[in-house]
Design a binder for this molecule. Sequence first.
Ligand SMILES: NC(=O)c1ccc[n+]([C@@H]2O[C@H](COP(=O)([O-])OP(=O)(O)OC[C@H]3O[C@@H](n4cnc5c(N)ncnc54)[C@H](OP(=O)(O)O)[C@@H]3O)[C@@H](O)[C@H]2O)c1
Length: 317
Amino acid sequence: MTSAKSRALVLESFGSLPRLVERPVPEPRPGHTLVRMRAAQVGHLDLNVVDGKFGILPDLPAVPGTTGCGVVLASDIHPEGALVRLGGKGLGLRRDGCWAEHVLVPDAAVETVAEGTDPALACSWFSPAGTAWAAVHAVAHVQPGERVLVTGAAGAVGAMTVQVAARAGAEVIGVVGRPAKLAHVPAPAKPVLTSELSAESVGGPIDVLVDTVGGPVLRDALPLVRPRGRAALVGYTAGREFGVDLGDFLLADVSLLPVNLMSRGREVAADAEELLADLRTGALTLEIERHGIERLAEAAERLRTGEAIGKVVLDLD
Ligand SMILES: NC(=O)c1ccc[n+]([C@@H]2O[C@H](COP(=O)([O-])OP(=O)(O)OC[C@H]3O[C@@H](n4cnc5c(N)ncnc54)[C@H](OP(=O)(O)O)[C@@H]3O)[C@@H](O)[C@H]2O)c1
């Protein structure tokens, strides 16, 4: 096994994309599980790490990729051949992650996945499902009959948030940045274009905003929230900075609430698992784009520019 070769994406300097290299399959060692990867997520967090713009960064060179899914080749505690999800324990942040055909990771970063689960779904569902659940329930406490506006509603977190809010009994409006995405806003949300955002187009005051886009989209959506309403802030794909005029902020009387999946992961884990069960049967939907390991540049570009629909995943089969 040690002489076999394996491809990996290796980050050599922050700000440039990792290089595809051939290297030996990692040598098994105690306390670690050797996995033949099937799929790995390409998420905004991963790109922030690649850019060197995240609070936790690895020493270089390093293999990025915070979550993935594969089959166990060797482990003291996980059965050989089991389908597993990899994540946590600093994968892709403090230590080598999942953008490789073979990885050796701490046993504790490995959890079994139900046989038959699509590996691309298994490695990418938790971020959107957990974040959507945290935003709708743990943070914004959405109530039946409330009017919820979701930005980036054809994105991974946005599309899940639309569905979770609708299940909570809310009336949902899904905002997207380009006409091609209108058809990808999940039912039963009313789709609206960002450029057409107004009190009229969204049908009156909003009780809860869940913003996954940030920047100018947050600036334009926030005034639509009624006084004493809530705004759950999830992401910043369109801009990290957001200016607040304190006079306007106090007058508007809208609570700005951060959503942090890292701190709420355990809290939402059981509910997110239930969402996975519905994603497997198709009762809920999460669109996934798949790219080969040699197509990372294209995958990253589609995610960065907002062209991508739903999750972006490296197919490592
Ligand atoms: N707080 C947390 O714990 C947490 C957890 C998971 C994810 N996140 C963050 O949440 C955000 C959404 O994640 P996601 O997985 O849903 O991403 P996504 O699928 O790429 O969706 C983000 C949306 O942002 C818009 N967008 C993307 N790039 C843009 C650009 N360059 N300029 C303008 N708009 C752009 C697009 O919507 P439109 O084109 O429709 O405007 C896109 O659908 C990311 O910032 C991610 O890091 C945060």
